[in-house]
Design a protein around this ligand. Structure first.
Ligand SMILES: Cc1cc2nc3c(=O)[nH]c(=O)nc-3n(C[C@H](O)[C@H](O)[C@H](O)COP(=O)(O)OP(=O)(O)OC[C@H]3O[C@@H](n4cnc5c(N)ncnc54)[C@H](O)[C@@H]3O)c2cc1C
Length: 381
């Protein structure tokens, strides 16, 4: 066994970390205040290949393995989590369905523009009446000639306000329940009958916009059916499963940044005539953060490796996501505590990470749903 990441991936990580901690961090206050990502940063991220992480080279992407993508996600996690969230919603759940299931015409039509950051993608399954219970959605797609007519409402859809392409899950055969769902490629900006609702005002992750997507007799060309009809739910679960490994990696990066900030603060902040790092109470918080990081990193690396080996990662992706996101919440809390008052005010990044990280225990399956999946897999054996 070799636990070292290959040299080329470590170099890529260093480049992305540098981009996140300099170029993006320099604009962090602007992103926070405007709730949008400056177009120059989108262009720079595209030039670095971040929008094409999972897109094969023949379509203009960098076509990284799961291990490679997650290594990038960990580096990205060290920076602004809203910026990282916008990119990962595109590169992960927004892209992977098309890469896996798309036919040649569909891939040629979208992937090169997606890799260039000119067409930002998202994935839409959640509805007001069905979140965790994703097999119970109501949006319907009825085939009429060479179009499917979609009616229904999705909500909390990441990137929807800026998306050029959404992978949308809708019911095509109501009699079959979750076995009667299909996936569609929808261009929200140019399809009559598709509209984007009010942008959600969120606790954190500024710049990662989410909103409702409303379908009112929206005619989607039959050529935009993604994969076989009535396979949408199964494929959606696969997309979400692989996305969970990436969230575990992003969480690990965020924890690393919080630990680095906490160590630096503890070594320089003096109270009672000495650095607070000399107090064992503070040392223990740092040690607990390190344990959280090391265990989370080993887990995402193992699961990403399993994906690349073609192994079934349903249980382990949930283990990794559950562990890393729960640990991140604890680490963010400890980092605020080590920083004291500075942890609570907006001058330093502690407060921002504290708000931003909370989402990771909710989206792409809540912590409770991860435990439901893990237990179901254990009991199924
Ligand atoms: C900012 C943001 C961005 C998002 N981006 C996307 C996106 O891009 N695409 C998309 O499709 N969706 C997206 N979502 C939706 C997200 O995946 C859902 O919010 C999430 O799956 C939870 O669903 P819910 O909000 O309906 O909560 P609910 O399902 O109502 O859950 C509420 C509580 O009940 C618990 N619960 C529910 N069922 C069970 C059970 N069986 N056992 C134990 N506990 C249970 C949950 O764990 C939770 O604690 C996003 C959400 C947010 C907030």
């Amino acid at each position: 066994m070799d636990f070292n990441l290959p040299d080329d991936l470590r170099e890529v990580q260093a480049t992305i970390r540098d981009f996140m901690l300099t170029r993006v961090e320099d604009r962090a206050q602007e992103i926070e205040h405007t709730n949008s990502v400056p177009p120059e940063l989108i262009k720079e991220a595209a030039d670095l290949g971040l929008f094409g992480l999972s897109i094969p080279e023949e379509y203009g992407g960098v076509g990284l393995s799961s291990l490679g993508r997650c290594a990038v996600y960990e580096a990205m996690g060290q920076g602004h989590m809203g910026f990282g969230g916008m990119i990962s919603a595109h590169a992960s759940i927004g892209t992977s369905g098309l890469v896996k299931l798309g036919n040649e015409e569909q891939k040629q039509r979208f992937l090169p523009r997606m890799a260039a950051g000119e067409c930002i993608a998202g994935f839409a399954i959640t509805e007001p009446s069905s979140g965790s219970d994703a097999g119970n959605i109501r949006t319907k797609a009825v085939k009429k000639g060479d179009v499917y007519v979609l009616n229904g409402t999705k909500h909390y859809i990441s990137n929807a306000p800026i998306a050029g392409l959404l992978t949308v899950i809708a019911i095509t055969d109501p009699a079959q329940g979750s076995r009667g769902m299909s996936a569609f490629l929808v261009e929200p900006q140019s399809t009559p009958g598709v509209s984007i609702g009010k942008i959600d005002e969120k606790m954190g992750q500024k710049g990662a916009l989410s909103a409702e997507v409303i379908f009112e007799d929206a005619e989607i060309p039959a050529a935009n059916l993604l994969g076989p009809e009535n396979r949408g739910y199964r494929e959606a679960l696969g997309i979400l499963t692989n996305g969970r490994v990436g969230i575990a990696a992003r969480s690990t990066g965020a924890m690393q940044r919080l630990l680095d900030l906490s160590v630096a603060h503890a070594q320089t902040r003096e109270q009672f005539g000495k650095p607070i790092a000399e107090f064992q109470a503070v040392q223990f918080m740092l040690a607990e953060m390190e344990v959280a990081i090391q265990t989370s990193r080993v887990l995402w690396q193992k699961v990403a490796w399993m994906v690349d080996q073609g192994q079934d990662v349903k249980r382990m992706a949930s283990v990794a996501k559950y562990h890393a996101t729960e640990m991140l919440s604890q680490v963010a809390d400890k980092a605020v505590q080590v920083a004291g008052g500075m942890g609570y005010v907006k001058d330093a990044p502690f407060e921002r990470f504290y708000r931003d990280q909370r989402l990771l225990r909710i989206y792409e399956g809540t912590s409770e749903i991860q435990k439901v999946i893990i237990a179901a897999e254990l009991l199924r054996r």
